[in-house]
Design a protein around this ligand. Structure first.
Ligand code: ATP
Ligand code: MG
Length: 577
C-alpha cells in the first residue's frame, strides 16, 4: 500500500535562515536538557503561563503586541504587559473564590480576549484550566464538566443556558463567572467585569513542580468518546521548542493560528508555545469566510500561518480567483495540522500563496508536535515529515516489533517527552492501553520511506481490507480530491461478502457540479488510473457536507455507522452540518 502514491518533492528556496537551519545535524547532538534551558525556571520550578506572558514583561517585549484580536465588528490590541496585568487580576479573582492548586477551572467561551486572560490567570494560580468549544451543546458540557469535576466555569450570557440545562448533574460546579453582565441575579453567578475591577493587577505566578498539571483537554472525539487528557506545566519546554523549530517563530513575526483553544492546537500553539516565543499573535473570532481570512492576512501582514486541512480545502472550494484580489506578500511560512494533508492542497497553496503548506502530526495526548516538515527540509508532498529533535518514532507491528521501511504498521513513539500526557483523567485503564513494551502506540497507521519520512495511512480503525489488500483512506481521499469536481471526500470500508470490504466514498462536490451517474463513473475511472485497480471506490455517495468534529476532522466512524445502520456513538463534538 505504501507505494501506490507517486511522490512529488518540493525543493526549498529559503529567503531567511530558519530557527532550525540543519535538521539532521541538530538531531545528532540535541538533548531535551538543552531545550529545558530555553524556558524560564524559578528555583527548579516552572509555570507555563509565566513563560507565555510574565517573563516578557521584564524585557523589551513588555510593550510589544501579544494579541491582535479581531471579530466581525471590532478589533483590539493587547501588549504582553496588558495581558500580564489582566491575567494577574483574573488569578486574584480565583484566589478570592478559594480556588487552589489542582482545582479545575473550565472556560466555555468563543475566542474573546477573556478566554485568553482566564486561561492564563488560571494557570498562574496553580489550578488546572479546561477549555470547551463555544459550539458545544449541553450534553458535551455535562460530560466534560461532570467528568472533570470543575469548580468554576467562565462563560457568557448567550452560552450559559446550555450550562444550566446540565447544572443539576454538576454538583461540584460552584461558581459561574459571566463575562458580559454587570449584576448577575442568580446565586452562584459572578460578574467578570465587577470582579476584575476590584481585583489587584499584582499577582506572583505560582511556580509549580514541573509535573503539576497545567491544563486538561478532551480529545476531539473523532474515533469515539473523548478522553480527558492531562498536561503538566513542564510541557512548555516542548511547546516552546516546537513553535521555534516547526512554526519557525521569530520576533518580527505576526503569527496566526486559526485553531480554537477548545482543541489542543489552540492551546499549545495559540497560547503557550507561541507566546513563550514572544510572537505577536492574531486571533479571529467570527464565521469562516474565505475573503475575511484573506483580508486578515493582508491587513495584519501575517507572516506565519498555522491552519488545518479542512480550512484549506474550504479555501480551495472558494477558488483561486478569490485569492487574486489580495496581497499575501507578508507570508513566509505556512503550516497545517489535525488531519492528513493531501498533496493537492499543498500544490494549491503554492499557487494561491506562493508557499507550500508544511504538514505536521501530533495528538491531544502527545501535547506537542512530534513529526513535522521543517522550513529547512524539502517537502515530500503527502508526508508528515520527520520526528522532531529528541523524538524517536517507529513503525511497529501489533506485537510491538519494529518494522522496516515501506511496511504498514502502528505509528509508535518511545516515551518520554516533555509534553506527553501525564494521565487520562479518572481512567487509568485507558491510559495504560496506550503503551506496548517500550512504545507509546498512537492509534494511527503509517509507514516510513527509506529516508525516514513518515507517511500517514489512516486511523487504525479506518484502514480498509479489500480483496486481501489493505488500503488507507487517506490515499484514496487524496486521489479523489485531485478530481476537478470534488471538494471533499471521506472514505470507509463497507463489509462485502465477496471482498471482505469494499471502498465506499462519500463525496462533496465543488460549487457548480451536480451529482450524476456519469460523474460517478468518471470518478471511478479517474481513481482506477491514479491508484491501483483495487483501490477505487466501488460505491460513491454524494453529500452536501461531511460529518466533522468541531476541530474540523472528518468523522469516518459516523459515515460507517450510518452506512451499516449501527449506533452512531458519541456525537458530543459533532459540528452542525
Ligand atoms: P479521538 O482521540 O477522541 O478520536 P482525535 O484523535 O481526532 O479524537 P486529536 O487528538 O485532536 O483527537 O487528533 C489527533 C489525531 O488527528 C491523530 O491521531 C491523527 O489521526 C490526526 N492527525 C493529526 N495531525 C495529523 C496529520 N498531520 N496527518 C494525519 N493525521 C493527523
Ligand atoms: Mg485520538
Amino acid at each position: 500500500m505504501a507505494d501506490i502514491m507517486k511522490v512529488k518533492t518540493i525543493k526549498k528556496r529559503l529567503k531567511t535562515i530558519p530557527n532550525l537551519p540543519d535538521y539532521g545535524k541538530f538531531c545528532k547532538t540535541f538533548k531535551w536538557t538543552d531545550a529545558k534551558k530555553d524556558v524560564e525556571w524559578v528555583d527548579n520550578r516552572i509555570n507555563a503561563a509565566y513563560n507565555a506572558v510574565d517573563k516578557h514583561v521584564k524585557t523589551w517585549r513588555k510593550n510589544k503586541v501579544a494579541l491582535y484580536w479581531i471579530s466581525e465588528t471590532d478589533e483590539k490590541k493587547f501588549t504582553f504587559f496588558e495581558l500580564h496585568k489582566l491575567s494577574n487580576k483574573f488569578a486574584n479573582v480565583l484566589k478570592k473564590l478559594g480556588i487552589k492548586k489542582g482545582d479545575r477551572v473550565f472556560i466555555f467561551l468563543p475566542r474573546v480576549p477573556e478566554l485568553y486572560v482566564s486561561f492564563l490567570g488560571t494557570l498562574k494560580t496553580g489550578a488546572i484550566a479546561g477549555t470547551m468549544f463555544a459550539a458545544f451543546g449541553s450534553k458535551a458540557l455535562e460530560d466534560r464538566l461532570g467528568d472533570s469535576g470543575a469548580k468554576v466555569l467562565i462563560t457568557n450570557t448567550e452560552l450559559k443556558s446550555r450550562v444550566y440545562e446540565a447544572k443539576k448533574n454538576l454538583p461540584e460546579l460552584k461558581h459561574i463567572i459571566i463575562i458580559d453582565v454587570d449584576k448577575p441575579k442568580i446565586s452562584g453567578e459572578i460578574s467578570y467585569k465587577a470582579a476584575m475591577e476590584k481585583a489587584s493587577d499584582k499577582f506572583v505566578a505560582k511556580q509549580m513542580h514541573p509535573e503539576d498539571y497545567a491544563f486538561m483537554l478532551y480529545t476531539s472525539g473523532t474515533t469515539g468518546r473523548p478522553k480527558g487528557v492531562m498536561h503538566a506545566h513542564v510541557a512548555i519546554i516542548q511547546e516552546h521548542a516546537t513553535a521555534k523549530w516547526v512554526l519557525d517563530l521569530k520576533d518580527d513575526d505576526v503569527y496566526w493560528c486559526t485553531a480554537d483553544p477548545g482543541w489542543v492546537t489552540g492551546i499549545a500553539y495559540g497560547i503557550l508555545g507561541s507566546w513563550s516565543n514572544g510572537a505577536s499573535s492574531v486571533v479571529y473570532e467570527g464565521r469562516f469566510e474565505p475573503e475575511k481570512w484573506y483580508d486578515i492576512i493582508e491587513k495584519y501582514r501575517v507572516t506565519v500561518w498555522y491552519t488545518a486541512p479542512t480550512a484549506i480545502r474550504m479555501l480551495m472550494r472558494a477558488g483561486l480567483k478569490a485569492t487574486r484580489k489580495y496581497d499575501f506578500s507578508s507570508l513566509r511560512h505556512i503550516c497545517s495540522v489535525g488531519e492528513p494533508l493531501n498533496p493537492e492542497p499543498i500544490f494549491w497553496g503554492m499557487k494561491a500563496f506562493g508557499l507550500p503548506f508544511h504538514d505536521n502530526w501530533w495528538q491531544t495526548e502527545t501535547g506537542g508536535i512530534l513529526i513535522a516538515n521543517y522550513p529547512c527540509m524539502d517537502i515530500r508532498a503527502g508526508s508528515m515529515g520527520k520526528p522532531i529533535p529528541g523524538i524517536k518514532a517507529a513503525i511497529v507491528d501489533d506485537n510491538g516489533k519494529k518494522l522496516g521501511p515501506h511496511m504498514e504498521g502502528n505509528l509508535a513513539i518511545i516515551p518520554p517527552w516533555p509534553s506527553m500526557m501525564r494521565k487520562i483523567w479518572k481512567n487509568e485503564k485507558k491510559y495504560k492501553s496506550y503503551f506496548m513494551g517500550k512504545y507509546y502506540i498512537s492509534g494511527d497507521r503509517a509507514w516510513t520511506d527509506k529516508d525516514g519520512y513518515f507517511w500517514f495511512i489512516g486511523r487504525a480503525d479506518d484502514v480498509i481490507k479489500t480483496a486481501g489488500e489493505r488500503v488507507g483512506p487517506f490515499e484514496v481521499e487524496s486521489a479523489l480530491i485531485e478530481h476537478h469536481a470534488i471538494a471533499e471526500a471521506g472514505v470507509i470500508g463497507k463489509p462485502d461478502p465477496l471482498r471482505g470490504e469494499i471502498i465506499k466514498a462519500f463525496i462533496v462536490l465543488k460549487v457548480g457540479f451536480k451529482p450524476s451517474k456519469a460523474l460517478e463513473e468518471d470518478i471511478k475511472v479517474f481513481i482506477k488510473k491514479r491508484l491501483a485497480g483495487h483501490a477505487y471506490p466501488r460505491e460513491i455517495e454524494f453529500m452536501v457536507a461531511l460529518p466533522k468534529t468541531q476541530s474540523g476532522k472528518i468523522m469516518r466512524r459516523m459515515l460507517k455507522a450510518k452506512e451499516l445502520g449501527l449506533p452512531i456513538g458519541d456525537t458530543s463534538t459533532l459540528e452542525k452540518y
